[in-house]
Design a protein around this ligand. Structure first.
Ligand code: ADP
Length: 626
């Protein structure tokens, strides 16, 4: 009989399993039971519409048995089964599940990590078994097949005899080694313990014949073995149990199993609501971005159950887009089992549930922000952008909901801060919330305007994400304090006398500024300023569009060639001011050239591109050579 080779990538994962030194090997049983449960789900759904399938819900089960002599552990289900092709496809090639896609991205990460990160499915059985047989008969087909593999050498598939539809997996447990005790996977108590730990919520009974020692009848000290079929799992869905009876490990394990993640979540939200509409929700906030989050493959949504029966795998209407990263489920006895997708969209109860879920997630995040700042910041670094988009999208419809959840870097705390915190730190005479934009914190910190405002003792929020300034524009104000870009032309930081003096000297030099503006047509105005401490020049923007927004808007696909209204400001207290005045009187040609240089320099400071870098460089060299 032909021995077939595993596909290359499957083989890699397989080798990993076979040689695994991963300590948590017991999770293999959860994986196999989870597959069995899925297979039973499939046949059960099919039976709901297929009258030829005479199936009794009560007969559906998963059976475990051990044989110490033969060193086998058997996992058997009466689910949908697999035919030859499916055995080949499903077990010969690793399924395109999240785990592998993840693996590709993180090639460098330690392999051992990946096993810990679960989702490795069927192959994990090779951590404990030296040989595996899978006998299966697919529902509606006559023939049964057996798939056999001892791992690395490949596998065989041939026809076999099997009475019932379903799948029977026989694991030939490895022999003990110096480091590893494999024998324990042949012990009743150990199997019971593992099932209880990871698979208690499985909706079908997991049965096993267990042996008990009991006193012989009529005897006081003689024992005999009693065999008994026992159901190992409570079958109560995790979310229907009382919170106090659920361990963190159970929550996490359920999440990892159900939602194909490889890391525990940062936050679990579990609550049961009784009243108008009855329902439970079990929600998870992942600890990292799902690998496909920014692809079109990512679908937001929660699983929807009607009294423990799954009616939809990803119900998008239960989550607003900005909480689209939340995973989990909702179970309500008040929802009809037969409700269609279309009807769901208009279902009033569902709308109410969705509103409550949104509120709940928000309150939980607020709590986390208040009580567990470190974790919140971790969360925010991962998903903060979503919240910001939530503020901005739909014309700011949800901004009130979200504005207290967003964080920005602060120039004074040198850390993330909320708007509320900023406001509490504001100086008495301060009526604006200052911010500055740039590519990185360091670059913002070097901006001339930033130095000027910091010098006056004001705190500045540093905005490094494209979306940031748009969010502030949509918010407009926080507790009546307007947001003000330190690069805007009306910072208004000077006293009345200072303003008067500046106004006067700007008027006196108007002819010079007009002359300079002729040379640099892109700016609205050239003028002196007092807001720059040591720096000679900066670009300010007038009106709604800042230079940062210009950059962002013009980098978008539907580039509308937006232009910020720019003002070239020159520090009147810098030697350059006098120099310009001299040139205006004595060497207008040179003033033209200097104006160019100043303007281009100011553009570079803002992170804008300049039209002719070569000319800019040549001009500077010419100056140096003088
Ligand atoms: P995953 O469960 O993540 O898809 P697995 O490697 O565990 O990956 O399983 C691969 C596929 O094999 C499953 O998707 C399923 O189609 C099939 N399969 C595994 N176990 C069974 C089973 N007991 N009954 C029917 N099909 C199964």
């Amino acid at each position: 009989m032909e021995t077939k080779q595993f596909k290359a990538e499957s083989k890699r994962l397989l080798d990993l399993m076979i040689n695994s030194i991963y300590t948590n090997k017991e999770i293999f049983l959860r994986e196999l039971i989870s597959n069995a449960s899925d297979a039973i789900d499939k046949i059960y759904y099919q039976s709901l519409t297929d009258n030829n399938l005479n199936l009794f819900r009560d007969d559906l089960e998963i059976k475990l048995s051990v044989d110490k002599e033969k060193r086998t552990l058997v996992i058997e289900d009466n689910g949908c089964g697999m035919n030859k092709q499916e055995l080949e496809n499903n077990l010969g090639t690793i399924a395109q599940s999240g785990s592998l896609a993840f693996k590709k991205e993180n090639e460098k990460k330690e392999d051992i990590d990946i096993i810990g990160q679960f989702g490795v499915g069927f192959y994990s059985a090779f951590m404990v078994a030296k040989k595996i047989e899978v006998e299966s008969k697919k529902v509606g087909e006559d023939k049964a097949y057996i798939w056999i593999s001892s791992g690395a050498e490949g596998y065989t598939i041939e026809e076999t005899k099997k009475e019932n539809v379903g799948t029977k997996i026989t694991l030939y447990i490895k022999d003990n080694t110096e480091e590893e005790n494999y024998d324990e996977f042949l012990e009743d108590y150990k199997i019971q313990e593992i099932v209880k730990k990871y698979s208690d919520y499985i909706r079908y009974p997991i049965k096993m014949e267990v042996t008990r020692k009991e006193l012989k009848e009529g005897s006081k000290d003689e024992y005999e073995d009693k065999k008994e079929i026992e159901t190992l799992n409570s079958m109560i869905p995790l979310w229907k149990k009382k919170k106090k009876d659920i361990t963190q490990e159970e929550y996490n394990s359920f999440y990892i199993d159900k939602f194909a993640d490889y890391e525990p979540p940062v936050k679990v939200i579990h609550s049961t609501i009784e009243g108008g509409i009855n329902y439970s929700m079990l929600l998870y906030i992942p600890s990292h971005l799902p690998y496909d989050y920014y692809t079109k493959d990512y679908e937001k949504g929660l699983q929807l159950y009607s009294n423990g029966v799954l009616i939809m795998d990803k119900c998008p209407d239960l989550l607003p887009d900005y909480f689209g990263f939340v995973k989990g489920l909702v179970d309500s006895p008040d929802l009809s089992l037969n409700i269609s997708r279309e009807m769901l969209q208009h279902d009033r109860q569902l709308k109410t549930i969705a509103k409550n879920i949104e509120k709940k997630i928000k309150t939980e995040l607020e709590k986390m922000l208040k009580d567990d700042r470190e974790n919140y910041e971790k969360f925010f670094n991962t998903f903060g952008t979503q919240l910001k988009f939530g503020c901005y999208n739909d014309f700011g419809m949800n901004k009130e909901n979200l504005k207290d959840l967003i964080l920005f870097y602060s120039s004074t705390t040198k850390n993330l801060t909320t708007l509320k915190e900023y406001v509490t730190r504001m100086k008495e005479d301060q009526d604006k919330i200052y911010y500055a934009c740039g590519e990185t914190i360091d670059k913002i910190d070097m901006l001339p305007q930033v130095q000027g405002v910091k010098e006056k003792g004001y705190e500045i929020l540093y905005l490094t994400e494209n979306i940031d300034e748009f969010v502030l524009k949509v918010l407009m104000e926080y507790e009546k304090k307007t947001f003000t870009n330190v690069s805007s032309d009306n910072l208004d930081l000077e006293s009345e006398e200072e303003k008067e003096a500046l106004k006067k000297s700007n008027e006196e030099n108007k002819a010079m500024f007009d002359f300079m503006k002729e040379e640099i047509k892109e700016v609205q105005q050239v003028r002196f300023t007092h807001k720059l401490k040591d720096h000679p020049v900066c670009l300010s923007s007038e009106g709604e569009i800042s230079t940062e927004m210009e950059k962002v808007l013009n980098s978008m696909p539907n580039n509308q060639n937006v232009k910020a209204q720019m003002i070239l400001e020159i520090n009147e207290n810098h030697p350059i001011a006098q120099k310009l005045k001299d040139l205006y009187l004595n060497d207008k040609e040179k003033l033209k050239k200097y104006s160019e240089i100043l303007y281009n320099g100011a553009r570079l400071i803002e992170g804008l591109t300049i039209e002719n870098p070569t000319e800019f460089s040549n001009d500077i060299c010419e100056l140096i050579s003088e």
